[in-house]
Design a protein around this ligand. Sequence first.
Ligand code: GDP
Length: 297
Amino acid sequence: MFNRLSGKLSGVFDGLSKRGALSQEDVNEAMREIRLAMLDADVALPVVKEFVKKVQEKSVGQEVLHNISPGQAIAKIVNDALIDALGGSGAVPLALNAAPPIPYLMVGLQGSGKTTTSAKIAYFLNRRERKKILLASLDTYRPAAQLQLQQLANQIRVTALPIIEGQNPLQIAKRAIEIGRLEGYDIVILDTAGRLAIDDVLMQEVQNIRDAVQPVETLLVVDAMTGQDAVNTAKHFNEKVGITGVVMTRMDGDARGGAALSMRAITGAPIKLVGMGEKVDALQEFYPERVASRILG
Ligand code: GDP
């Protein structure tokens, strides 16, 4: 992840640091290279434009041009702009302070890692925050989906809502919240059905469930490997359903990173967690400053 972007940016800063004092021309050339590096990393075009504009504005100041190491000064400006693009400093935690049972709605396309992530979040909140979690699959379309979540729940020793054949997603969601209330669960995680692509039926169904359960967290699960598509998916879900956070999966892969860098600007929602592998404990909080410093080596 981010290897190419990291390599290209360090090339830009190495070039600048060899020069000593910088001319306006050198700065312009560096901005051009940063722009290309971001585009190559699959960052959304409006985000690239805004990013370069911000870096450029700060880089033309006297303190950079006359700095004893202007390359480093620009690297610092880029570092700050990366942190901003990634959502600002500090991880944004999951909402834990609402009245229990707190409904979490998991949304996203099929194959994004939604079911795995639902189990990972259950595991994370159960082990780390000592929360009593109820997991419920609302996916009545894929025959094995409810069983898949139940197996994951067994594996991590968290309760899954018993399956009742013939119930529709809305009925399951209501039953999950009701049991969550009666049996004293802290958080009820509702894993909705995904589709291969965005469609109106999917969105309508998710909207109905949202209206019925009033989720405190609506977490969009997106696959980092899908680059620009992940950003478009996020834009759609946010417009139609409203999301409170993003979980980006497959951050352990060799995605170019553009989706992570575009998400905040495009949706306004923070990346809260990242999936780093297939195992249930492969979930991490997202710290923009750590990611930025990894990008800049
Ligand atoms: P869903 O259709 O969105 O519910 O997707 P699943 O949860 O069934 O996940 C699809 C596949 O992606 C499974 O094989 C998961 O093990 C895998 N997967 C999920 N998250 C990650 C991740 O963060 N990294 C990797 N490498 N694989 C993941």
